[in-house]
Design a protein around this ligand. Structure first.
Ligand code: GLN
Length: 490
C-alpha cells in the first residue's frame, strides 16, 4: 500500500521504526495531492514548503530516538475556517481573500506541539454556511466517490481530501452537521465533540453557541488520536469546559455487550431514502449481533430542529459577521465616496448570496417586534429538543441514526432551492442544539456506489462511549477499508 493511503497510527509505527521519514511521507502525500486535486479540488491553499520544514523537524526527533507524540510527522489538512498563523485563512469568502492571521487557533498550537505537518487549507462553504461546499467563493469540491456529486458541507474539502488519500486526516468544524454530514457523504469518520470540549479560539465564528471543531479520519483510532491532541479547557475560550480529557485511545475496545442503543423513530420518517434506511438498519443489526441491545425510542421535538436552527444560527451569524466592515482587515471596496458607502459596498461585494441571506434572516429574527416571535421561541424549542435527549439518555447509552437522509447529491441539484439544501441537515441539527457529541462512521453503500454514514450520539462528554461503539463496528466490518476509484495517474 502506498504511504499516502495509510492511517496516522499505522504511519506512526513506520516513522518510529524508521521505515519511512516524515519528509518521504509528506512527499508521498503531495504526490497524491498533485494527482487527485485536478479532479477533487479540495484545497484552497497548499503550504508545501512549510510542510517539508515541519516534516524535517519531526524527522530530527525520530532520528534522535526521542519519544515522539503520535501525530508527529503526520500530514494533516485544516479547514479554512481555522486561523493559521502566517497562512492565508479565507473562510472561502471573498471578504477574507487577503486575510493572513497573525496568530494560530488554539487547536493549531496544540497540533504543532505534537509536531504535525500541515499540508494546507481546505475548501468549505463560505463562513461554513451550507451543506455541499458549493457556497465557496473560490471553487466547487467534488466527491471522490462520484465526481459529479458534492462532498457534503460545509467541511466538504476536509472530508474529500481524506477520502481521496490527499491527507492522512483533517480538521473541520460543525455547527449544524458540517463534520458529520460530509464524513457520511465521503465515506470517512468524522466527529463533532461535545460543545465546550475543544477550544473555539481562532475558529472564525459562525454561530457561537453551536460551533465546534472536530476531526476527520480514515478510521476510529485516528479519530481518538486527534481528539487527544485537540481537546481541553482553554483560557482563551470561556465556553471551553474544564473537564478532564481522558486518553481516548483507551476507549478503543472491541465490545458492545450490554450497551443499550436507542433508535429514534422520528429519524426514519419521510424524506429518508429507502436504501439509506436499509443500510443503517443493517448496521444497527450488526451492533445487536455483537451483544448490544437495541430499542426504539422517541425524540418528539425532532421535527422542530431545522426551523429552530435556521433562526438561531443566522441570528448569531448576523452579529458575528458585523465585524467585516472593510476597516480593520479583509476585503475593502475600491474608491468609496464616503464611509457609509464603503461599508455597504464592501459587504455587498465581499459576501456571497447565502451569507447575505443568513445575515438578513438573522437580523430580521432579532429585530424589534419580531424577537419574541422568532428568536425567543426558537430558544424555547431548543430547550425542548435538548430535554428529549436528556430523557432518552436516562434509558439508553447511545443513539443510532442515519447521518444524512440521502447519499451525496449531484452538483447543482439543490442550489436553486435553499429549503431543500437546509433539509440536508435534518438528522444532524438536533444534536447540535443539545451540544451533544456525535460521530459519523462509514456503514455501507447504496447500489449506485455512494457511501452511507451511521450517526452515533451520546450524552455530553461521553465521546468515549461513541468511540467504543464505532470501534467495535469498524473491527467487525470492512466498509471503512473501501477506497473510491479515482482512476488517476501518479
Ligand atoms: N449545513 C448547515 C448550515 O448550512 C450546517 C453548517 C455547519 O455545520 N457549519 O448552516
Amino acid at each position: 500500500m502506498p504511504h499516502y493511503e495509510l492511517t496516522a497510527h499505522a504511519l506512526h509505527e513506520k516513522l518510529k521504526a524508521r521505515d519511512i521519514t516524515a519528509v518521504e511521507l509528506t512527499e508521498s502525500v503531495y504526490s497524491r495531492v498533485a494527482a487527485v486535486e485536478p479532479h477533487v479540488k479540495g484545497y484552497l491553499t497548499l503550504t508545501r514548503e512549510r510542510a517539508l520544514q515541519q516534516a524535517s523537524a519531526a524527522d530530527a526527533g525520530f532520528q534522535k530516538g526521542d519519544e515522539m507524540p503520535s501525530l508527529a510527522g503526520i500530514p494533516i489538512a485544516i479547514k479554512d475556517v481555522i486561523c493559521t498563523k502566517g497562512v492565508r485563512t479565507t473562510c472561502a469568502s471573498k471578504i477574507l481573500s487577503n486575510f493572513v492571521p497573525p496568530y494560530d487557533a488554539t487547536v493549531m498550537e496544540k497540533l504543532h506541539q505534537q509536531g504535525i505537518v500541515m499540508l494546507g487549507k481546505t475548501n468549505m462553504d463560505e463562513f461554513a454556511m451550507g451543506s455541499s461546499t458549493e457556497n465557496s467563493a473560490y471553487q466547487v469540491t467534488h466527491n471522490p466517490w462520484a465526481l459529479e456529486t458534492i462532498p457534503g458541507g460545509s467541511s466538504g474539502g476536509s472530508a474529500a481530501v481524506v477520502a481521496a488519500d490527499a491527507a492522512v486526516c483533517s480538521l473541520g468544524s460543525d455547527t449544524g452537521g458540517s463534520i458529520r454530514q460530509p464524513a457520511a457523504l465521503c465515506g470517512v469518520v468524522g466527529m463533532k465533540p461535545t460543545y465546550g470540549r475543544v477550544s473555539r479560539y481562532g475558529l472564525i465564528a459562525f454561530a457561537s453557541s453551536l460551533d465546534q471543531i472536530g476531526p476527520f479520519s480514515k478510521d476510529v483510532t485516528d479519530c481518538a488520536l486527534l481528539l487527544n491532541a485537540i481537546c481541553g479547557r482553554d483560557a482563551m475560550d470561556s465556553t471551553s469546559v474544564d473537564v478532564p480529557v481522558p486518553d481516548f485511545t483507551k476507549s478503543l475496545i472491541n465490545d458492545v455487550k450490554g450497551l443499550k442503543i436507542g433508535v429514534p423513530k422520528e429519524y426514519f420518517a419521510q424524506g429518508l431514502e429507502a436504501e439509506v434506511s436499509d443500510t443503517v438498519h443493517a448496521a444497527i443489526a450488526v451492533l445487536e449481533s455483537l451483544g448490544a441491545s437495541v430499542e426504539e425510542i422517541s425524540l418528539p421535538h425532532t421535527e422542530y430542529a431545522i426551523a429552530t436552527y435556521y433562526i438561531i444560527a443566522p441570528a448569531e451569524a448576523s452579529a458575528n459577521l458585523a465585524r467585516y466592515d472593510g476597516v480593520r482587515y479583509g476585503y475593502r471596496t475600491e474608491n468609496p465616496s464616503d464611509l457609509l458607502t464603503m461599508y455597504k459596498k464592501t459587504r455587498s461585494e465581499g459576501f456571497g448570496q447565502e451569507v447575505k441571506r443568513r445575515i438578513m434572516l438573522g437580523t430580521f429574527a432579532l429585530s424589534a417586534g419580531y424577537q419574541d416571535a422568532y428568536y425567543k421561541k426558537a430558544q424555547k424549542a431548543r430547550t425542548l429538543i435538548k430535554s428529549d435527549f436528556d430523557a432518552a439518555f436516562q434509558e439508553v447509552d447511545v443513539i443510532a441514526t442515519p447521518t444524512s437522509p440521502t447519499p451525496a447529491f449531484k452538483i447543482g441539484e439543490r442550489t436553486a432551492d435553499p429549503l431543500q439544501m437546509y433539509l440536508s441537515d435534518v438528522m444532524t441539527t438536533p444534536a447540535s442544539h443539545a451540544g451533544l457529541p456525535g460521530i459519523s462512521i462509514p456503514c455501507g453503500f447504496v447500489k449506485r456506489g455512494l457511501p452511507v454514514g451511521l450517526q452515533l450520539l451520546a450524552a455530553p462528554f461521553a465521546e468515549e462511549r461513541l468511540l467504543r461503539v464505532a470501534y467495535t463496528f469498524e473491527q467487525n466490518t470492512e466498509h471503512h477499508r473501501q477506497k473510491p476509484n479515482l482512476r488517476v495517474e501518479l
